[in-house]
Design a protein around this ligand. Sequence first.
Ligand code: GN1
Ligand code: MG
Length: 359
Amino acid sequence: MDKLTVIANRFALEGKVSEIKPLGKGLINDTFLVITDGPHKYVLQRINNAIFRDVELLQHNIECATRHIRKKLEAAGEDDIDRKVLTFVPCTATGKTFWTDGAEYWRVSVFIPDSFTHEAVDPEHSYYAGKAFGNFEAMLADIPDTLGETIPDFHNMELRARQLKEAIKADAAGRVNAPDVQALLKVLLPYEEEMCKAERLYREGKLPKRICHCDTKVNNMLFDADGNVLCVIDLDTVMPSFVFSDFGDFLRTAANTVAEDSPETHKVDFRMDIFEAFAKGYLESAGSFLTPVEKENLPYAACLFPYMQAVRFLTDYINGDTYYKIQYPLHNLVRTKNQAALFEAARQKVPQMRSFILR
Ligand code: GN1
Ligand code: MG
């Protein structure tokens, strides 16, 4: 039996494993589809515990969040609940929703059949995505459990800016003086203070933290064959954060005219049709609990996330590509250029975004 099958068999699966193959495009964990002769297929994931250092906490958050969402769906009388929230399978020996040999950490969830992820969406689907993410936050707003930060200060822009400066100082891979890197630093550094606005508002007591998804890339959403949103996946970063996280990160991936790693940076633009559709859906489902400060800063969130992602990709490039999976040596540099271009495009459109939100 190969290694993956041995690991899958440590979980309480129904049926016998017949095949295991790679799944998805995540940059952090390794994900596989497990095919069995039983009623379900499963998703097997090796959790990147260099990044998620506290796997107990990680799975605690995920179990609490999925349990709470399931309850809400039941209370609302929804049908097909197993397709609208993820189900994690316990390890047979420990009863926990992960298995570890002390070095590697693995988990299994039930694969939702006839579901699809998309790398791009049209305005109609953005509207549904907005509703879904707003609804996700609304459902978790009264969760009784305490969730921890699975990556402390994950979307803290002050921390991300500091990490970039530390990377520059250490210059571990000898890349800081490359002309491309210098050019990007010239574009990014002047906006640091402006982009750290959320942390200032938080310190002043004007901005709350709520339970957010914190990785609302387009491809972290499951759609059915008719294009309806089934549920939100990739729950590793469900934790207390600013709502800007969910609003901004979706648009970062969905409103970009090209993929986040496309080298055709001249084609990067921020799509207002996607923004408007997503904002409409989001405000419809999250509008009831958002404060005026949160609402008025949604255009800032749309700029913050390309900016933060550019800073994170560049930091990783300078560090010698230790965080994100790369497919070729300049991948993180290309990603940075792309996100910096998206940041500039979004900034141009802030006045339009503001007037749309006001309407
Ligand atoms: C990572 O795991 P994945 O690929 O969905 C990253 C996000 C970044 C994203 C950029 C834990 O998400 O924060 O926005 O890559 N997740 C983590 O594509 O760092
Ligand atoms: Mg993902």
